[in-house]
Design a protein around this ligand. Sequence first.
Ligand SMILES: [Zn+2]
Length: 333
Amino acid sequence: MRYRLPLGLMGVWAACAIGAWAGLAQSIVLKTRHVYGREYVAMGDVMKVFGLKGQVSRNRTVMLTSSQVRVRLTVDSREAEVQGVKYWLSAPLALHSQQVWLPAIDVVKTLDPLLRRTGLAAAWPLRTIVLDPGHGGPDQGAHAQNGLLEKTLTLDLAKRLRGLLAQKGYNVLLTRNDDREVSLDSRSAFARARKADLFVSMHFNSSAPSTEPRGAETFCLTPSGAQSTSTKSAALSATDFLTFAGNRFDNDNVVLAHCIQQSLVARTGTVERGVKRARFEVLKDQTCPGVLVESGFLSNVSDARLISQSSHRDRLAAAVMAGIETYRKAANR
Ligand SMILES: [Zn+2]
């Protein structure tokens, strides 16, 4: 498999710099080699493509920086931090032949869209936004010790967000407007039928019986050829190579998730738990960019106390809206 990046602003320079320029190609072909059975790109080439300086510290932390970029990686680890937001690479950062190597799929599907904002495919202008309040009816979702139900809170938050987005001129539709059961299939079918330009599924988290985890995390669809964040196995499975309709928007999905996650943390002070990848039913079949936002843990006493406050839910709605607006400006060409 050849890993390519769209040319973008520094394309010609980068293509020459890594010596992989293929005639009139409209993309940069990354030089890859197999490390531990996967395709990896040398860190030196990554630095050239993105115009970054690199530094490896004794604790095997790799910092890639420029005046506007800060990426932190750790040898033998999947954990990464891009512009202050946590990510999990598809495979660990590798030290091989005295060089640091990054999984090619993560260069193409995470670093490139986040750092260069290329390859965005969303229809323009962005007008119709479908909000998807998670759960409903007999499916109550997560429970908090204080009696709060996830299904009630997701609808409440979606309605607050609808008000804010409508003020900005968006056409906003909800997959449910009251306490009813909606299947996962019909949530994405609803967005397709209404020709949504953006899909945001809203949830609150639970780690019960553990009460410790707290904070916000934002999910987007796992790209084909990559592992979902929660996967523990080192090897890729057949599922990891499936391609869904939503994968057409891989680059938009991760930029949208990043903008919302960054905004949630900056505006509400919640704990940053990162952008995660999953092949969720509601994200797989989307024909527009989509994310699933977990705005806090009902299983954590202090998160649940905050979420029970109307003023906090207003802040959450404002933060998600600001994230959508940041994405819109980033993607508007
Ligand atoms: Zn949920």
